[in-house]
Design a protein around this ligand. Structure first.
Ligand code: FAQ
Length: 333
């Protein structure tokens, strides 16, 4: 069952003539803006696309706890430590909502998770970069959560009900995360020259990976056309990337930081900021498993999974015991 639920890559949009009557009715519901719910009929490729995207999203939240988690014991003040603890915990919560959404599609949470642990399923490229200084933590909030919100706000209106509803709360929390990151960086920028230099160094290292987070350019995006037809994607990778750039450049200017792109310039004709060439070879290297931290991240997640086996077993034993006790009580009544 599970093997049939993993997306094998939908490369083009099927035309109306290719669709069965059921598929045509399904597409009409989507075109009318009606949400698809777990018990509704849906074509297998739609289900597989959602399992792939939502599971990858869930894995990203969970692996995304590691770079910032690295700084919980070294946060510069009690206030920053409390904020960071709460933020990292929120990301675990996001993963839980998303794994629950995956389960509504008939896939098992353990199966998709084990696929990630074995390197068969992806998580976001951005979490394969190291957090070398405290400024990296603020920069993740500012840029990575900032990018995540831009990508995820449209998902609140996507066609699959459980995914759309999960995104509403996630986006509210991400918005708080983005502001706390901006606040941490603003504090560094208003501090000593060394602190400001630390913020600039973090921006230099995170800018391009954040720009790449939105996925390959539209011309190379394998899934975009079909996902747009199914209203899973409401904007293209490049459209969202441009939105992020237009939003972030003035923020960097406000902070007195320089975006590490000598070709960055405002284009009065388009009303957008134009950027220099993106090094897509780096992106493809990272998503194939060869980024600076890919091996570390997977090793850490595998270790936690193995060492947590007894917790999972105890939870199942406890649930079985409660269920048996409840059944006995009902029989006696
Ligand atoms: N990293 O055809 P497309 C966060 C893959 S959450 C790795 O364009 P699609 C919160 C893609 O999977 C961040 N792989 O694909 C937080 C596909 O490979 P596949 C995660 C990537 O799905 C903050 C191939 O390239 N957010 O940050 C990436 O239509 C702070 C071709 O690409 C989501 O997952 C990438 N960046 O569009 C947590 C949002 N980009 O699957 C902690 C939901 C592309 O065929 C701390 N996902 N690929 O093997 C989406 O919106 C979409 O899946 C995209 C990709 C836009 C990411």
């Amino acid at each position: 069952m599970y093997a049939q639920l993993v997306d094998t890559g939908v490369k083009s949009v099927r035309t109306d003539a290719d669709l069965s009557p059921e598929e045509r009715a399904f597409q009409a519901r989507i075109d009318d803006g009606i949400k698809i719910e777990p018990r509704d009929w849906m074509p297998d490729p739609y289900r597989r696309t959602l399992v792939r995207q939502i599971a990858q999203h869930a894995h990203s939240e969970l692996v995304g706890m590691l770079p910032e988690g690295n700084w919980i014991t070294r946060a510069p003040s009690l206030k920053r430590k409390c904020v960071l603890l709460a933020k990292v915990q929120d990301e675990a919560g996001h993963a839980q909502y998303l794994y629950s959404a995956v389960e509504t599609l008939g896939a098992s949470r353990d199966a998709v998770y084990e696929d990630m642990l074995a390197g068969r399923m992806k998580y976001s490229s951005i979490f394969n970069y190291p957090t070398l200084t405290w400024a990296d933590v603020g920069t993740i909030g500012w840029l990575v959560d900032g990018a995540a919100i831009i990508n995820q706000i449209p998902l609140c209106r996507c066609s699959y009900g459980p995914y759309a509803r999960a995104m509403v709360r996630v986006c509210k929390e991400e918005s708080f995360h983005q502001r706390q990151g901006f606040d941490a960086i603003a504090t560094l920028c208003a501090g000593t020259p060394e602190q400001k230099a630390m913020a600039q160094d973090a921006l230099n290292r995170w800018w391009w990976p954040a720009v790449m987070m939105f996925g390959p350019p539209d011309g190379e995006s394998v899934h975009s056309a079909q996902s747009a037809a199914w209203r899973i994607k409401l904007f293209s990778n490049d459209e969202l990337r441009q939105k992020f750039i237009d939003q972030t450049v003035p923020q960097a200017e406000h902070l007195g930081l320089t975006i590490p792109d000598p070709d960055l310039k405002f284009n009065p004709a388009s009303g957008h900021w134009d950027i220099g060439a993106i090094d897509w070879s780096e992106f493809y290297r990272v998503i194939k498993g060869d980024g600076p931290c890919n091996r570390d991240r997977l090793a850490t997640r595998n270790k936690a999974w193995d060492e947590g086996a007894w917790v999972r077993e105890a939870a199942v034993a406890h649930a079985d015991k409660r269920r048996a006790r409840e059944a006995a009580r009902r029989q006696a009544a």
